[in-house]
Design a protein around this ligand. Structure first.
Ligand SMILES: [Zn+2]
Length: 430
């Protein structure tokens, strides 16, 4: 697809420098210029945040008060309320739905997938991995097929969907690790079955969350990795040895670390420590403030420096107005104004995640655990690296022009414009 060439000016989300991005008619970033104090314009390093500008932005003193991680230095930043910032588009590797659209309930039409994609653009997400969870064989086949159809029907939706994340059904059958996944459909890894779903998906299944506790897991992981599927460890009751074997076989990620686990574990060793200790594993986590406590986030940010990434794991009620909802699987749930989704009868029990990525970035930055720029990176450049697409996505010369222009008023992000492949796909009405 071709589009009109674009130029955008704004403040770099991490350095605070005023930059100008030029975009080719093919939707690639052709140049990123930075203006120094005397108005001279020089080209930025091709890999984006280079060593010279590797500062952790403290965009607004007070809101980002956390101690910077070792990989980032100090950097003072211009700009405050009312300025427009430019950042790479957000990448959500795990999203089950939103705005009332459930990617896991049938019938799923391509039209609803397209509609959901458009709503995500409003939140600054330019790439996402629709996540299909444990279900019957035929149901999974139909769901992934509907997602594929949406990608083929509408080019921009196809551009926005990086791949499908299949979370299950090769998970732990144990209570606790299994989480809300339907026990009836949990099964050992089955390559032939995965191929059937892969065919139905137009080969779009790119991430598979499985539990390494099955004897079939290492072989499954090897075959997946060979065929270009990222394998992520999750919903597991695996032994530390099985976790290590999974990593040896090529598993490279942890799915929503700290969730989908036993309520009580041997203090050590256990599958949590083991995953934290394996440097080859990227660590996906939900940063809504409800799924894992900030103390755990602080520890995983340090243990996984540079390899932590944010996922929304958002359910279909995300993005809806606060209030009470009756879910289709039965039961009343409540979505609070703060974005906490819980069972109506047992408010202490979460009913899924309902915080979109931009809000999680904002919350994480406000928590003081990292800077705003670090939080944004964990929801953009980190997931891009985790899936091996850092050259395609990013605020760098030659990358696809997927970026977000936003304002920060009182610490709150307001998306002004979202650009996907050089096409403005969302513009806020001012
Ligand atoms: Zn899960």
């Amino acid at each position: 697809m071709t589009s009109k060439a674009l130029v955008r000016d704004g403040l770099h989300y991490a350095t605070g420098e005023r930059i100008r991005i030029t975009i080719s008619s093919e939707g690639r970033i052709t140049e990123i210029f930075t203006e120094d104090g005397v108005g001279r314009i020089e080209e930025m390093s091709a890999d984006g945040i280079d060593s010279k500008i590797s500062g952790a932005a403290s965009a607004e003193a007070g809101s980002d008060g956390g101690e910077a991680l070792a990989t980032y230095g100090e950097h003072s930043v211009r700009g405050g309320d009312g300025e427009v910032w430019i950042a790479p588009g957000l990448i959500d590797l795990q999203l089950n739905g939103g705005y009332g659209i459930d990617l896991n309930s049938l019938p799923l039409t391509s039209e609803s997938v397209i509609r959901l994609t458009r709503r995500l653009w409003e939140t600054g997400v330019t790439t996402y991995y629709p996540t299909v969870i444990t279900n019957g064989d035929r149901e999974i086949e139909e769901l992934v097929s509907a997602i594929d159809q949406a990608c083929r029907e509408e080019a921009l939706t196809g551009k926005s969907i990086g791949g499908i994340h299949l979370e299950g059904p090769f998970l732990s059958p144990e209570e606790g690790p299994r989480g809300a996944h339907d026990e009836r459909y949990i099964r050992p890894p089955d390559w032939e079955l995965l191929q059937r779903w892969q065919d139905a998906s137009g080969s779009r299944i790119r991430i598979l969350t499985l539990s390494p506790e099955w004897p079939e897991a290492p072989e499954m992981i090897r075959r997946c990795v060979q065929s270009g599927i990222i394998v992520s460890i999750g919903h597991t009751a695996a032994t530390p040895e099985q976790i290590r074997q999974a990593a040896l076989a090529g598993a490279s990620m942890s799915t929503h670390f700290g969730n989908g686990a036993h309520l009580t574990l041997p203090r050590h060793p256990n599958y949590l420590w083991e995953q934290l200790a394996l440097d080859e594993l990227w660590c996906g986590f939900i940063a809504d403030g409800y799924h894992v406590p900030d103390s755990v986030i602080k520890v995983l940010l340090r243990a996984k420096a540079g390899k932590a990434l944010l996922v929304s794991d958002a359910v279909y009620l995300s993005g809806m107005a606060p209030g009470s909802y009756r879910t289709h699987i039965g039961g009343e749930v409540v979505l609070t104004p703060e974005g906490r989704l819980h069972l109506a009868r047992k408010p202490e029990l979460l009913a899924g995640s309902a915080m979109m990525l931009a809000d999680a970035v904002q919350r994480l930055a406000a928590s003081g655990l990292c800077s705003f720029a670090e939080a944004w990176d964990m929801a953009s450049s980190a997931p891009a690296r985790a899936i091996g697409r850092e050259k395609l996505y990013g605020l760098t010369k030659g990358a696809r022009a997927d970026f977000v222009m936003f304002e920060r008023n009182g610490g709150k992000i307001r998306i002004v414009e979202t650009v996907l492949g050089g096409v403005p796909v969302y513009q806020a009405s001012s």
